[in-house]
Ligand binder design. Sequence first.
Ligand SMILES: Nc1ncnc2c1ncn2[C@@H]1O[C@H](COP(=O)(O)OP(=O)(O)OP(=O)(O)O)[C@@H](O)[C@H]1O
Length: 284
Amino acid sequence: MVTIQHLRFGYSRRTPLFEELSLSLTRGHIYGLLGKNGAGKSTLLKCMVGLAFPWSGTCTVHGQPSAERRPDMLADLFFLPEEVYVPAITFEQFVASTAPFYPRFDRDQLATYLHELEVPAQGRLQALSYGQQKKFMIAFALATNTSLLVLDEPTNGLDIPSKAQFRKIVASALGEERCIIISTHQVRDLDALIDTVVVVHDRQIVLNQSIDDLAERLRFGTARPDEAATPIYAEASIRGLQGIWPNPAGLPSRVDLELLFNALINDSAALATHLLHPSHEPAI
Ligand SMILES: Nc1ncnc2c1ncn2[C@@H]1O[C@H](COP(=O)(O)OP(=O)(O)OP(=O)(O)O)[C@@H](O)[C@H]1O
């Protein structure tokens, strides 16, 4: 679906943001794109959808270079930027003018999502609060049914019940034909929603791994009383030492995205080495 190979890009020639960055995203998945502030999450999404052009390397959607912005590619992707903008028109006018660009747009779905997110489906869009405008655009994005859906920090500005509702409707909107990528620096917002974690750090993708795989290869939590292994990563907390440990028995463990992210940011090599070469293969 999305293939990025050897991407080099930056806003200034002297400071590239990405160097030889490669990434492949496929249908049927919800990816969580994580990274520190300024790591380049929004920029990477812009490269994917054809709003930023690689210095070198390639970035394709369905095999077409994103930078060419061909109409058939644009009709099959929806990009929701972090800062949403709604024009000074009504709900009906927006749907009438924008939906025709998306052949699989479903008006009934839009009504359902708006109802679930408690956003009025009438009136002037600019009369909505910022959080409501954002929820309106999320509902519209999902209702386009494009095979690629790119959401940049969609939960920023949403209240706590709306974040839970967001997770519910995004999970329900995923089908085998669809690829959804969601960026955030608030890792807990994506908990229990994403099935694959992608981390951008230091001009590279340092992780692109399924949650199931991580849960099988690693154990997250406190040290066991009989723990003999050295943690791959650990940090002190009020509940004691929290860490990431080898999981030689392959027993299912709940992935702690925050610990995982901190481990990668502090020493991505240690975790990558363990994931590539676990000291023991999981039991079958
Ligand atoms: N239009 C621009 N012109 C120049 N520099 C930019 C532009 N957009 C982003 N940058 C710079 O590129 C870097 C990456 O920005 P980007 O917004 O992609 O990061 P991010 O990971 O999404 O950050 P955040 O989590 O804070 O939203 C930052 O240093 C930022 O200042």
